[in-house]
Design a protein around this ligand. Structure first.
Ligand code: NAP
Length: 250
């Protein structure tokens, strides 16, 4: 049994939808005080979850959110830097603005969110930073996502040095690498598409947003305090088969 996270202050960037919303719900169920962010407000957030509008690509916006979390919840113990976008475009059609948008949100946005929360995470004495990266980039490739893959691999490069710089403050920095997670956006792609994806996953199901929330909860636990600078793949074994044939022989 892990030590309870009840009462801890948790900020989840991009927590209004999809994976971030799942992370927020899992922490809120544990009794944590959760603040989620996104550029647009949404209805029906899980019970006990507060919302603040903000853009992670903007430094002032990140600082305002960190200040708000401190004034609402008395500090910040856990930052889940999760906000991300994944527009697809082939490299030959990609503009400099497309690259800036994806790197600005996913990579620079991660760094700005962590930087803004640093004073409060330091004051916590047991600060935890958990980045939502992806298997795409760090482990696999997917046509149309050169900029996205670069941003997700870049998060891990950031993580390793940040973990060293922040260790003397008792802050750990880790990442979760989701595979194919069933979010509202993915569900819209239709049953046939979803069945095809499931067939490519050894555990034969798509991930749920709670699967990612539980991995974050583990990394935030008191008992995970000696883990820093590492990444946890949460993909139902998707990256394991070395070929289609290997998958077929299961
Ligand atoms: P999603 O359903 O589209 O949700 C994205 C969230 O990020 C929303 O709350 C969105 O709210 C927010 N957001 C986007 N741009 C933002 C910005 N500039 N500033 C602040 N918030 C912003 O996406 P998701 O599938 O849950 O993905 C969440 C994270 O998981 C991303 O980092 C993604 O790379 C990663 N991931 C997802 C999967 C998957 O299968 N879904 C797999 C691997 C990794 P607003 O639009 O209102 O700003």
């Amino acid at each position: 049994m892990f030590t309870s996270l009840a009462g801890r202050s948790v900020v989840v960037t991009g927590g209004t939808k999809g994976i971030g919303r799942g992370i927020a719900a899992v922490f809120a169920r544990e009794g944590a005080r959760v603040l989620v962010t996104g550029r647009h407000p949404v209805d029906g957030l899980p019970p006990g979850v507060a919302f603040a509008a903000g853009d992670v690509a903007d430094a002032e916006s990140c600082e305002r959110i960190a200040d708000l979390a401190v004034s609402l919840h008395g500090g910040i113990d856990v930052l889940c830097a999760n906000a991300g976008i994944f527009p697809d475009k082939r490299l030959e059609d990609m503009t400099a603005a497309d690259i800036d948008e994806v790197l600005g949100t996913n990579l620079k946005g991660t760094m700005l969110a962590v930087k803004a929360c640093l004073p409060a995470l330091t004051a916590s004495g047991r600060g935890r930073v958990i980045l939502t990266s992806s298997i795409t980039g760090p482990v696999t490739g997917f046509p149309g996502w050169t900029h996205y893959g670069a941003s997700k691999a870049g998060q891990l490069g950031f993580m390793r040095t940040a973990a060293m710089e922040l260790a003397p403050r008792g802050i750990t920095v880790n990442a979760v690498l989701p595979g194919n997670i069933l979010t509202e956006g993915l569900a819209d792609l239709g049953e046939d598409y979803l069945r095809g994806m499931e067939a490519a996953i050894p555990l034969r199901r798509l991930g749920t947003v709670e699967d990612i929330g539980h991995a974050c909860l583990f990394l935030a636990a008191e008992e995970a305090g000696y883990i820093t600078g590492h990444s946890l793949v949460v993909d139902g074994g998707q990256v394991l088969p070395e070929s289609q044939d290997a998958l077929g022989q299961m």
